[in-house]
Design a binder for this molecule. Structure first.
Ligand code: 5AD
Ligand code: FES
Length: 350
């Protein structure tokens, strides 16, 4: 099989035999990438037309009990400037997002145990009471099934938790021994069982990642059947153990966005901030590769520099309103259209 045949088969079958996938990943040329991304756009337009969904993200705490080797807010990074927003500030940020037109708010943080389950539930249910037509997405890490259920009962409908890598050996190279891939996966399946729209994902070009590791992510995704898939390039953070490691590449990330789109035509796939960080037009290129979500920063301006997951993170200076108009201009320059609706996965549309 040549790459054109592989792309055609992938578009038709939404999958490729592992050896063919491996060959495609390894040998695709830039001309063939054009064909791949055109196929990806064709598929995304069947389910989503030209729509690109906006989610306002509030990074509400940069305290984290974990120590992932790649992450700038890991607990051992004594240089990190930490902050934690009070519940009522988070709620008023969500209000501001609503006024700006957002109908999805993503509450993300490090694993900060100072917010009790009751407090997270109070924040979620207050936002839902005030704005019943707004979707609340949580991205606050690994919890027990009972906690996930409590957030869900309080009104959270979606949850983002990247597996980071689905390969056991690779997982251990990215994380200290206290963290396990097994628990990570347990969390994702629990979230799915409860009835969340679930987002998983991985970093592209993270240290020690091999082609086989990427193949294991693709096959893990087939088992989980997530509604959202977030991928972005690894970007080093100077004050971490991976401070001298090379960054992931733009073209590898775009290639994988297109492949994921062909495997999952109806999924929500963001053009991530990390993609916008490694290239000034990275997010626009992500949309052209098949992504259909962007997540402008809604965190209060003064705190944004405290959520530095990696060096050079963009959108840490603008006002939220500027982020919206900036993103709208950027998306519309690609020929796609920003929509502010909730943007549920097709299986969850009422
Ligand atoms: N480079 C790129 N992405 C990173 N993340 C954390 N650290 C980095 C980094 N150095 C990603 C992880 C996490 C998400 C919130 O940010 O994939 O799940
Ligand atoms: Fe916070 Fe990895 S450093 S979860």
């Amino acid at each position: 099989m040549n790459n054109i045949e592989r792309i055609n088969l992938l578009e038709k079958e939404r999958d490729l035999p592992q050896e063919e996938m491996r060959a495609l990943l390894l040998t695709i040329t830039s001309e063939e990438m054009e064909i791949l991304s055109k196929a990806a756009r064709r598929q995304r337009e069947i389910y989503f037309g030209k729509d690109v969904y906006l989610r306002g993200i509030i990074e509400f705490s940069s305290y984290c009990r974990n120590d992932c080797y790649y992450c700038g807010i890991r607990k051992s990074n004594k240089k990190a400037r930490r902050y934690r927003l009070p519940g009522d500030t988070i709620i008023s940020c969500a209000d501001r997002g609503y006024t700006l037109g957002f109908r999805t708010v993503v509450l993300q943080s490090g694993e900060d145990l100072s917010y009790s389950t009751d407090e997270i539930c109070r924040i979620v249910s207050t936002i839902k009471n005030d704005h019943p037509d707004m979707a609340v997405t949580l991205s606050i890490g690994e919890k027990s099934k009972a906690e996930y259920q409590a957030y869900f009962d309080a009104g959270a409908e979606r949850y983002l938790l990247r597996e980071e890598t689905a390969s056991e050996a690779h997982y251990m190279k990215l994380h200290p021994a206290e963290l396990s891939l097994e628990n990570r996966k347990r969390c994702l399946f629990d979230l799915y069982d409860i009835g969340y729209q679930v987002g998983c994902g991985f970093m592209v070009g993270s240290p020690y990642q091999t082609q086989d590791d990427i193949i294991s992510d693709l096959s893990f995704i087939k088992t989980l059947k997530p509604h959202m898939i977030g991928i972005g390039p690894f970007i080093h953070h100077s004050d971490t153990p991976f401070g001298n490691q090379p960054d992931g590449s733009l073209s590898d990330t775009l290639k994988l966005i297109s492949i994921l789109r062909l495997m999952w035509p109806d999924a929500l796939i963001p053009a991530t901030t990390a993609l916008g960080t490694i290239h000034p037009k990275g997010r626009e290129m992500g949309i052209m590769a098949g992504a259909n979500v962007v997540m402008p920063n809604l965190s209060p301006k003064d705190y944004r520099k405290g959520y530095m997951l990696y060096d050079g993170k963009i959108c840490t200076g603008d006002e939220a309103a500027e982020c919206v108009s900036c993103m709208t201009g950027r998306i519309e320059s690609t020929g796609y259209k920003v929509v502010m609706s909730r943007g549920d996965h097709p299986d969850f549309r009422k």
